[in-house]
Design a protein. Structure first.
Ligand code: ATP
Length: 290
């Protein structure tokens, strides 16, 4: 496939969208195209199947997420992006009728091993949700809570240092340094989301999962978070689910396209948006839904 139309359309809403496409006729059931496997993997997913009771939401997905990359997950509503993301730190364990099969490794260790404690796992693989959800506590306590619970500090000075460092990394310090003890919930939506990112960073994660982190934010707050992602990727591995193709194009190094619970294509982001290998990816990025 050879087309710049998808990329153009991202930045030109008037660009030609073409005819609707019947997805069922176009290659579902084939193997993932592109580069799902890597030698630089931080996390590896192999043959993942996920069921909500009898309904299968993820079908045989295999994918590596590399160290220090920003991997974007895109695809139509209900295609399984969030379900896939939540498998990476076992958030789906909280749903008792959800069954996960297959293997997910972090630094080559299976996170679904029966002896794996999910509390330290979720400190290593943190998650930021769609809607900012600060605790009803002070800004300081929101960030300090995790290091205290995980026993990462023994002295108050150490805790102060972690709080400041995390707020700086989340690009929030200058805005809150004079009101650290006022409620986190008093901040604006964008500030609250950066506070949640600071809270995640405070326990020194290795991977940060972001599930549509900007969908509740205005364009200015969104731009701040997007800039932040580029900075954070120097120290962390990031996997982000987004509904916005523009956002995926701006922030990610690789993009994975999901459709009906299957991973259709994964490739360098520019490739996905300029010259996708799979016709379903092409159809999605050019706006042809069927
Ligand atoms: N808690 C749940 N219980 C039952 N079914 C669920 C649950 N969560 C998701 N599903 C189903 O699993 C499928 C995949 O949903 P998921 O939320 O992962 O998709 P998504 O691509 O993230 O969608 P969206 O872009 O709309 O957020 C959908 O059919 C959805 O209805």
């Amino acid at each position: 496939m050879n087309s710049n139309s998808g990329y153009n359309r991202l930045f030109d809403p008037m660009a030609e969208t073409g005819q609707p496409l019947d997805f069922a006729q176009h290659g579902l059931g084939q193997q993932t195209v592109g580069s799902p496997f890597s030698e630089k993997a931080k996390m590896s997913v192999r043959n993942l199947n996920v069921y909500y009771a009898d309904k299968q939401a993820i079908h045989d997905v295999s994918l590596d997420i590399n160290r220090n990359e920003v991997m974007a997950m895109i695809g139509p509503s209900g295609c399984g992006k969030s379900t896939f993301l939540r498998c990476l730190n076992r958030m789906n364990d909280t749903i008792d009728y959800c069954k996960v099969e297959g293997e997910v490794t972090l630094d080559e260790k299976n996170i679904y091993h029966r002896k794996q404690d999910v509390v330290p796992l979720r400190a290593r693989v943190g998650i930021v949700f769609q809607k900012p959800n600060p605790f009803p506590k002070s800004i300081y306590e929101n960030v300090a809570y995790g290091p205290k619970v995980h026993g990462l500090v023994s002295r108050r000075a150490q805790l102060d240092e972690i709080v400041e460092d995390s707020l700086r990394k989340a690009s929030l310090w200058d805005e809150v340094k004079d009101r650290l003890f006022s409620p986190g919930t008093d901040l604006s939506g964008g500030q609250q989301q950066r506070l949640c990112i600071a809270r995640t960073i405070a326990v020194s994660p290795e991977v940060i999962l972001m599930d549509e982190p900007c969908s509740a934010l205005d364009p200015i707050a969104t731009a701040r978070i997007e800039e932040l992602m580029a900075e954070l990727s120097q120290n962390f591995t990031i996997a982000i689910v987004t509904h916005s193709m523009q956002q995926a194009a701006r922030v990610s190094t690789r993009t994975a396209y999901f459709h009906m619970g299957r991973l259709i294509e994964v490739n360098d982001t520019r490739r996905v948006f300029t010259n996708p290998e799979h016709e379903l990816t092409e159809a999605y990025i050019t706006g042809r839904f069927g």
